[in-house]
Design a protein around this ligand. Structure first.
Ligand SMILES: C[S@@+](CC[C@H](N)C(=O)[O-])C[C@H]1O[C@@H](n2cnc3c(N)ncnc32)[C@H](O)[C@@H]1O
Length: 330
């Protein structure tokens, strides 16, 4: 058997497994009360494109804030990453199109730093966009793309190399987990690292409530399309018959808890089939789609200390709306 046959077979096996897991997660989520879908499934080809549109929306301040940090504090970030100057693997979890990290990758490369960039993402589509973009823009960059779930791929990265690790987890992706899940995530991250490895995490900070709400509730309906696209994806990939006109996007922000939540609301009583499964929706019944949790600086400190990290320093954007923290594994 030729090597390419083996690669193709392995790719088909992984795709079949992913489709099975997707079906399992959707069925499980819609059998819960309240009904729920996992936001990691937002990112198919159209979802990736819509998310790139969201990042460019005037009200979606998150990307611009973190971009401000990456464009204007690049040297500071590079210092935090380079730490003791020994060679390292720079592993980015949920890298997306790497539009922010690209600035620091170029900076490190220009300094002739000895590192390998390993972006991890569940979306093969966005990884190929990222790969093309970085190869075109940063010549000679040592890059290995890892397609799959955060920890599965982090494990794979550890099998490929024993160098010290620097983890990037940007865009307040950590806010897309429920608080207890975020704590568990950080502890598991720590268990996958060695003492003195470094993590850099982006947190969106609590601020004026309407500023937050508007970021997820744009007037042009891009965020609504992004949420509805998951129903479209389920229709396409899991033989379902969601009628998208019968669901509406609804966003809330609770300044007490810092949780910004998206829902799709069923506009009428209806039934939806997914393969052999039938789900009933009452009028005004919500499907819980995603949380975008907001944090105080004290929240981030507590999370570091409870999960085996020492907060080392932090960099804020010029408005003080977003923070990238550096933690050292202890
Ligand atoms: C909100 S986007 C942020 C992208 C990038 N970090 C940024 O700040 O612009 C989230 C990215 O994480 C990826 N992602 C979400 N859940 C994931 C998971 N469980 N494992 C791996 N990647 C995931 C998505 O495919 C998407 O590209």
């Amino acid at each position: 058997m030729k090597l390419s046959d083996t690669v193709v077979r392995e790719k088909i096996r992984v795709e079949q497994q992913n489709a099975k897991t997707f079906l399992h997660d959707v069925i499980k989520g819609l059998n819960q009360y309240p009904k729920q879908l996992q936001s990691k499934y937002f990112y198919d080809q159209r979802g990736d494109r819509l998310f790139q549109e969201i990042m460019a929306l005037p009200d979606y301040y998150l990307t611009r804030c973190e971009m401000d940090i990456f464009e204007n504090k690049t040297a500071e970030i590079a210092r935090g990453i380079s730490a003791d100057q020994t060679p390292f693997d720079l592993i980015e979890l949920g890298a997306g199109d790497a539009s922010k990290s690209m600035h620091v990758l170029r900076y490190l490369k220009n300094l002739d730093t000895d590192f390998r960039y390993m972006p991890i993402d569940i979306s093969s589509n966005i990884l190929s966009i990222l790969d093309d973009k970085l190869k075109e823009n940063i010549s000679g960059l040592d890059i290995v793309c890892l397609e799959g779930e955060y920890f599965e791929m982090l494990h794979k990265a550890s099998q490929l190399s024993l160098r010290r690790k620097v983890i990037l987890f940007l865009g307040s992706n950590i806010g897309n987990m429920e608080i207890e899940e975020a704590y568990r995530f950080c502890s598991e991250l720590r268990n996958n690292l060695n003492k003195d490895d470094v993590v850099m995490i982006g947190f969106d900070l609590k601020k004026e409530p309407n500023t937050i709400l508007n970021a997820y509730n744009d007037k042009d309906g891009v965020t609504a399309s992004f949420n509805l696209n998951l129903l479209e994806r389920i229709n396409k990939e899991l033989q379902a018959d969601f009628n998208l006109d019968k669901f509406e996007h609804y966003e809330t922000y609770d300044p007490l808890t810092g949780a910004c939540k998206s829902y799709l609301i069923s506009l009428q009583e209806q039934s939806v089939s997914i393969g052999d499964h039938v789900f009933h929706f009452g009028e005004n019944e919500p499907i819980y789609m995603e949380v975008s949790q907001k944090f105080s600086m004290e929240d981030t400190r507590k999370m570091a200390l409870q999960s085996g990290f020492e907060p080392v320093y932090s960099i804020m954007d010029s408005r003080g709306w977003f923070v990238d923290v550096f933690w050292k594994a202890v």
